[in-house]
Design a protein around this ligand. Structure first.
Ligand code: ATP
Ligand code: MG
Length: 174
């Protein structure tokens, strides 16, 4: 899977709608401290279904919504759209939106889906919110300190078989 474009609106410091093209050859994002580089990586993890506010550097999930500044009022919602091309060459558009007091909603290619469906798409493509392809600050130290079971989970995610556990749990509960 190849991520092609990322659109953000009201997400963290990206208060105005912003679009980022991720062309082959892009190797880095540079900018002064606090300009939003890490927020971009978090937007990718968030639209892939990240459910832990702590790993988004927030106390609650609504903390991803632009909180306002002295000059700008807060936003009522945050939205991230990720465009990708699957390994079969198909176009994939994943949208996640969160509204204050209303929780998150997801859409894949224009259709309403559950968080679980989004997580499965990325798990099957051996990527996703916890994929080793997205290395956030402190992650290297966390891998070194991880317990064997946690390390196995990372390897399973990398191998693209993490989705099988979800499906087995589903099947067992039926
Ligand atoms: P560094 O080079 O220090 O790693 P960075 O470019 O990675 O910086 P980020 O951590 O992505 O910067 O961005 C931090 C900025 O995002 C801070 O200015 C912070 O106030 C802002 N920010 C984070 N969450 C929100 C929010 N909910 N509303 C408004 N601004 C936010
Ligand atoms: Mg940073």
């Amino acid at each position: 899977m190849r991520i092609r474009r990322l659109k953000l609106s009201g997400f963290k410091s990206f208060v105005e709608a912003a679009e980022l093209r991720i062309d082959p050859g892009l190797t880095g994002v540079v900018g002064p401290n606090g300009c939003g580089k890490s927020n971009l990586l978090e937007a990718i993890r968030w639209v892939m279904g990240e459910s832990s506010p702590k790993s988004m550097r927030g106390g609650g999930m609504e903390d991803v919504i632009f909180a306002g500044t002295a000059a700008r009022p807060p936003r009522a919602f945050a939205e991230v759209v990720l465009h990708a091309q699957t390994s079969d060459g198909e176009e994939l558009e994943v949208l996640r939106r969160i509204e204050r007091g209303a929780g998150s909603a997801y859409r894949v290619n224009g259709r309403d889906v559950r968080a679980k469906d989004v997580a499965l798409i990325f798990a099957d493509a051996a990527t996703g919110a916890h994929s080793p392809a997205l290395v956030s600050q402190g992650r290297i130290a966390a891998v070194i300190a991880a317990k064997p079971a946690e390390r196995r989970a990372m390897l399973e995610e990398a191998a693209g078989i993490a989705g099988l556990h979800v499906r087995r749990k589903d099947a067992e509960s039926k």
